[in-house]
Write a protein that binds this ligand. Structure first.
Ligand SMILES: [Zn+2]
Length: 131
């Protein structure tokens, strides 16, 4: 599948982040897996998995009540991916609290990359989200 290749996930293996014995797919791993859902819940981002990926992003972005939607999503997804890889390659049990610390750390680095006008809103959003 073209989309699977772009997301660097091979089809056919079970998800390692949950005990659902679900085939690991992009949709499961990043959007429907209970581990990912906990992450998105914390960030107050809702995904409608019945939509195409582009519609899903469009709707979620429209509903998101914070700044830097794409930076936040990429940061969250990257750290979900890291939890998966560390289990596979280093045997580390996936940890929501470790994901949270890493996400916040990576997100705070974005203050040096985003437009000056969104730095304070990003910091405010982050502190509200993690209190
Ligand atoms: Zn899963």
């Amino acid at each position: 599948m073209m989309l699977m290749r772009h997301w660097q996930i091979k089809e056919g293996s079970d998800c390692v982040l949950c005990s659902l014995c679900t085939i690991e797919s992009r949709d499961h791993h990043f959007f429907a897996c209970p581990f990912a859902l906990s992450c998105w819940d914390l960030l107050n981002i809702k995904w409608d998995c019945s939509l195409t990926i582009s519609q899903r992003f469009l709707i979620a972005k429209g509903e998101f009540e914070g700044p830097c939607f794409m930076e936040i999503v990429v940061c969250a997804a990257w750290n979900i991916w890291k939890e998966r890889n560390e289990l596979i390659f280093q045997g580390k049990v996936p940890s929501f609290s470790r994901w949270k610390v890493r996400f916040q750390h990576d997100l705070l680095l974005h203050q040096f990359r985003v437009k000056q006008s969104v730095v304070q809103p990003l910091l405010d959003w982050s502190s509200t989200c993690f209190t």
